[in-house]
Design a protein around this ligand. Structure first.
Ligand code: NAD
Length: 454
């Protein structure tokens, strides 16, 4: 590990990655590799998470390819940097912001979207001209293995290296000195990563999780809200960082919402979701048991069945869930949807504002004033009005959390920016040298200074 990082540092210092053409070629190689390895990636996702090939393409492989295309299209322009106007006091000068790569970057990824959340940050790291050490999650071992093989075939280890392993390996990596760390995972491990980064003063991005609320107002299209919230819970069985975690539903539409949710789930997965081959499974027994335990408090109005043998849990809507129930204390990360009713919008605001800032928030309403008010009052990483999850499919929208849900953002240009240091450079003309800043100071110099600096 230590040797790999040292080799990457030497490689970076050879300036090989500084040319934009080199980076574009690397991104093009990555694209070709993904296309070549797509069937094996899809097989691995099926083995780890039971994802169908359609879901794997829609939410992982296709997303990486879209992001890659966007970066390749704009990289030359982004890498040029941009000019900034200098104030008259600095005459004669021109100013530029020059993006430069940090150097050797470390990407640590989670198991829930093991292809997307490993390769998407890698695209940003390479686009910005960094080398990269990638540590996939040990909890999606088949995918980690295929990613390792694919990247070893595509890039030399001094440029891109995959290091396999769990917590010990992750900690050993974090003990090393990197120039940038990009971590995706839980807020708990986020603390550990940030502490490790602080030891070397390494800049970092934390893409974390948390409880993302949905708000269903009485003016909402309730059927549409139920369908799109169900989509968010069915996708990867709710094991999505931006999955709708719980729903705050106006008391007047509670019944309609529950009925619509039941019908929409049946429409998507049939009467017996546990037997649907395209319905993914929970990643491992530990998480299966954890989610099964969370279901014990509250009344299941939709779903409620589990199958330990296949680690499947039906999309389950829970009512009568007290605020101190376990499923309202931790991120659910599974197909359970606690529904809590409200009567006034102040209640909704207080509920959300009194909890850690969520990664996402979904507002279902037909009332533009209410929409504006909630967008102004609530703080969250990002979200949708009248939909769930899909804001992260737009490369132009920076994706990241705030507070407990993370810091920093990526996707599209934000990925390039995240992995680039912005070097600010002022270029001074030598044909004129105004004397006012130099000692000895006089009354006249001070007058001139005061004229410029105010
Ligand atoms: P995790 O934090 O347990 O693990 C993430 C990575 O950190 C893995 O590679 C793991 O090996 C490593 N790790 C685990 N424990 C560690 C430790 N003690 N020290 C050092 N490294 C350690 O997260 P997870 O269970 O893989 O993923 C689920 C969490 O990730 C959820 O909270 C979810 O919301 C969040 N998440 C966030 C995003 C996002 O984009 N913001 C995306 C996916 C998942």
């Amino acid at each position: 590990m230590h040797d790999t990082i040292a080799a990457q540092r030497r490689y970076f210092l050879s300036h090989a990655t500084l040319e934009v053409e080199f980076r574009l070629k690397a991104l093009s190689c990555l694209r070709k590799a993904i296309l070549k390895w797509e069937p094996r990636l899809a097989e691995a996702l099926k083995a780890d998470l039971g994802k169908s090939s359609t879901e794997s393409y829609m939410s992982e492989i296709g997303m990486v390819l879209t992001g890659l295309r966007d970066v390749r299209r704009h990289l030359r322009r982004w890498a040029r940097g941009y000019r900034v106007m200098a104030p008259p006091a600095q005459f004669p000068s021109t100013c530029r912001v020059v993006p430069e790569p940090y150097g050797v970057s470390l990407v640590i990824s989670p198991w829930n979207y093991p292809v997307l959340l490993a390769l998407d940050p890698l695209v940003g790291a390479l686009a910005a001209g960094n080398t990269c050490v990638l540590k996939p999650s040990e909890l999606a071992p088949a995918t980690a293995e295929v990613l390792g093989q694919m990247l070893a075939e595509t890039f030399p280890p001094e440029y891109v290296a995959v290091v396999q392993g769990g917590v010990e390996v992750s900690n050993a990596l974090l003990a090393e000195s990197f120039d940038y760390i990009f971590f995706t995972g839980s807020p708990r491990v986020g603390h550990i990563v940030m502490e490790a980064a602080a030891r070397h003063l390494t800049p970092l991005t934390l893409e974390l999780g948390g409880k993302s609320p949905c708000i269903v107002d009485e003016t909402a299209d309730v059927r549409m809200a139920a369908r799109r919230i169900a989509f968010g819970k069915v996708l990867n069985v709710g094991q999505t960082c931006v999955a709708p975690d719980y729903a705050l539903v106006h008391i007047n539409c509670k019944g309609a919402f529950i009925n619509a949710f039941r019908e929409e789930v049946e429409q998507m997965l049939g009467e017996e979701p546990l037997k649907n081959p395209n319905y993914p499974c929970i990643i491992n027994e530990r998480h299966f048991e954890r989610i099964a335990h969370l279901m014990k408090v509250g009344v299941a109005m939709v779903g409620g069945k589990t199958d330990a043998a296949t680690r499947r849990i039906e999309p389950t809507l829970l009512v009568d869930v007290p605020e101190d129930a376990p499923c309202m204390q931790e991120e659910i990360f599974g197909p359970l949807l606690p529904v809590i009713t409200y009567e006034s919008i102040e209640e909704v605001e207080n509920f959300i504002l009194s909890r850690p800032k969520p990664l996402a928030c979904y507002i279902f309403t037909g009332n533009r004033m209410l929409e504006k008010r909630l967008l102004k009052h609530l703080s969250f990483g990002g979200g949708c009005v009248n939909d769930t999850i899909i804001h992260l499919a737009v490369p132009g929208l920076p994706f990241g959390g705030v507070g407990n849900s993370g810091m920093g953002a990526y996707h599209g240009k934000a990925s390039f920016d995240t992995f680039s240091h912005k070097k600010s450079v002022l270029r001074k003309g030598t044909w004129l040298d105004l004397p006012f800043r130099y000692q000895p100071f006089t009354r006249f110099k001070e007058l001139i200074l005061r004229l410029f600096l105010r």
